[in-house]
Design a protein around this ligand. Sequence first.
Ligand code: TMP
Length: 195
Amino acid sequence: MKNFVTFEGIDGSGKSTISKLVYKKLKSNGHNVVLTYEPTDTWIGKCVQKCIETDTDSLVTAFAFIADRIEHCKQIQKWLDDGKIVLCDRYAESTYAYQGAQMEDLTDNPMKWLQELSKDRIIIPNRTFVFVIDPKISLARIQNRNNLIPFEKMSFLEKVHKNYLKLSVGKRFMKVNATKTVDELVQICCEDILS
Ligand code: TMP
């Protein structure tokens, strides 16, 4: 059984919907499970929201996301110590993929730079699901949201998508085809978490 599980993917990939349903299913089957997300709704998470909405400098934004995560990890560790399964909608790979794309003109290998910065400061999940979808399809899915944020643009999401594919190597990662049905996706995730 995996006790710290993260859900990753570009905007409109469906990971938030699926993580909520996975949470409900595990809970209704009697598992001791908690669902959390990033950015958090703490004061640091609110700073992060502000960075996103106001097109703040990419380095400041990256530091804000990482700061939010380091604080979040204290809470995650408590849940893990209490024996809970912790599901997290977005986590470290979001920073590597999104801020990696934002910072591409700032340094040669921004994803590696961000990974180095986070290393030893955050908890490593046992499983990271990466919801893979063509950015054209994901953007079409979210077009009717009335508060699209600056990240939700095709050219940017294409870069984020490529970054996610680069990141998803190694046995911690499971790439899932996000165009499968909701039921199939929930089933895939639950089976994997409990195995
Ligand atoms: P959400 O739509 O999942 O609430 O996330 C808000 C936006 O923040 C989304 O476009 C992804 C972005 N984001 C980052 O750029 N870096 C991060 O580290 C996280 C957690 C989210």
